[in-house]
Ligand binder design. Structure first.
Ligand code: LLP
Length: 434
């Protein structure tokens, strides 16, 4: 469920007319709904009733400081995959004492920053990383809290590029070697064995792989509790969202109209499946959702520049590009695209919706049927709240997009559009070229 819907003919985010935002701040602009994020967070939290749990928002999905503050205000902690992501959490005004640090390549400097800020746990992905964390903690005269990420060898049934839980992936330590890794870890003087972690993939829309992975790792977590007194089990993130019928899925009626067998994964079904498996462990359960909390809470507003009629094909050329939202180019991801001004009297058009970047992969939608729109009209690319702005780049010297946060009828710029001066401000022409 989310808070994007037409009021009359105009697409609104909560009580804000999105065309007004586009006119005021220009495009491309990301717009996020605070109420949608809060609903997502509260729904997930309610579905975990009966567990001692901590939700750690994976801020790689959306790291805008205002978004992080919003989650922090709700009692959410964070998962970060770099010192930069950790520093974003702190810059947003939150501490990181309940937050966790993932990633296969933590540098010494990153480990030091995390220890200085007393994070909840490092999620360790290899034996050499154990040695490195022990070394850095020793130099600082502290003990580092660690959990080992185990790789349960479970197929997440998602896109290959966002699957992480099979043994061919670089992530974690294979479950069959994990006992030996804990044994080794227990001998390091500057490590405290605090927990165990897993994360098998992202945009998972089926319960099967999630349940299979929990069932595989839970007995091991119980063993670790007995042997080393660990206190938490992080089951990672990965809950998928609806991309295909994104707009309709904002309404309860859409969910009700689907037979249960065809309903996408919900936090309620997720909770109902995992809580009974986890409760007997008596461990604190950490969840690291990214996409589920923010994906359907954001749209990317873009302006139509041209309607071009090619050879048997139409191209709707918009001012957002793959540099702003790379998911379609990178993962062939589907994002629904809708007109901000709905006019049912107009015919529909079948077109490729493309950006201005000089690559054929700069395409948001292929052969998509959409209401006829012309130059200067606005579109919303739906479900762009996760892995949108955080994955943006400046290819073709395109400035990073603006971001706006909506709450009720209020809205504010939470990231200003980059200027050309800012884009080039770190570059220098060396003296030998002058
Ligand atoms: N925990 C760990 C250790 C992770 O690596 C990730 C995501 C998460 C949690 C959060 O997963 P989520 O709940 O968002 O599925 N850029 C891709 C997704 C990459 C996910 C990377 N890791 C996309 O746009 O689909």
């Amino acid at each position: 469920m989310h808070h994007f819907r037409y009021i009359g003919q105009n697409l609104n985010c909560e009580s804000v007319d999105l065309a007004e935002v586009a006119r005021l701040y220009g495009t491309p602009t990301y717009v996020y709904s605070a109420a949608t994020m809060a609903d997502n967070y509260n729904r997930l939290a309610s579905s975990l009733k009966g567990l001692d749990f901590q939700i750690c928002f994976a801020n790689k999905a959306n790291a805008n400081l205002a978004v992080l503050r919003h989650f922090s205000n709700m009692g959410c902690a964070f998962e970060f995959a770099s010192a930069g992501e950790l520093q974003r959490v702190i810059a947003a005004g939150s501490d990181v004492k309940q937050s966790v640090f993932a990633g296969v390549g933590k540098t010494e400097a990153e480990i030091k920053v995390a220890l200085e800020n007393q994070i909840y746990s490092f999620h360790v992905e290899s034996e050499p990383e154990l040695a490195r964390i022990n070394h850095v903690a020793g130099k600082m005269g502290v003990k580092a809290p660690i959990a080992i990420r185990v790789n349960p060898d479970v197929d997440a049934h998602t896109h290959a590029k966002i699957s992480t839980g099979k043994s061919e992936h670089k992530f974690g330590i294979p479950l069959k070697f994990a006992a030996a890794a804990y044994e080794a870890a227990s001998k390091y003087p500057h490590l405290t064995l605090k927990g165990v972690q897993m994360h098998i993939g992202s945009q998972m829309t089926e319960l099967g792989p999630i349940v299979e992975a929990v069932k595989k790792v839970a007995p091991f977590a119980a063993e670790l509790k007995t042997k080393y007194g660990i206190s938490h089990f992080s089951i990672g993130g990965g809950i998928g969202i609806v991309y295909k019928d994104a707009l309709a899925s904002g309404q309860a009626s859409w969910w009700d109209s689907l037979p249960e067998s065809q309903r996408p994964l919900t936090p309620e079904t997720y909770g109902a499946a995992v809580v009974p498996l986890l409760q007997p462990l008596g461990l604190k359960i950490v969840l690291e959702p990214g996409r589920f909390l923010v994906g359907n809470a954001g749209v990317l507003l873009t302006r139509v520049e041209y309607l071009k009629h090619g050879n048997g094909k139409n191209f709707l050329i918009v001012d957002a590009g793959m540099n702003d939202l790379v998911r379609p180019a990178m993962y062939d991801a589907y994002h629904e695209v809708v007109a901000l001004h709905k006019d049912t009297t107009r015919p529909s058009l079948v077109a490729d919706i493309v950006g201005p970047v000089c690559e054929s992969s700069d395409c948001f939608a292929k052969e998509r049927s959409i209401q006829e729109v012309g130059e200067g009209e606005y579109l919303a690319i739906m479900s762009a709240g996760a892995y949108g702005k955080t994955m943006a780049c400046r290819y073709n010297a395109r400035p990073l997009a603006a971001e706006v946060l909506v709450k009720g009828s209020s809205f504010e710029l939470v990231c200003v559009r980059e200027t050309f001066e800012q884009m080039t401000s770190l570059e220098r022409i060396p003296a030998f070229l002058k």
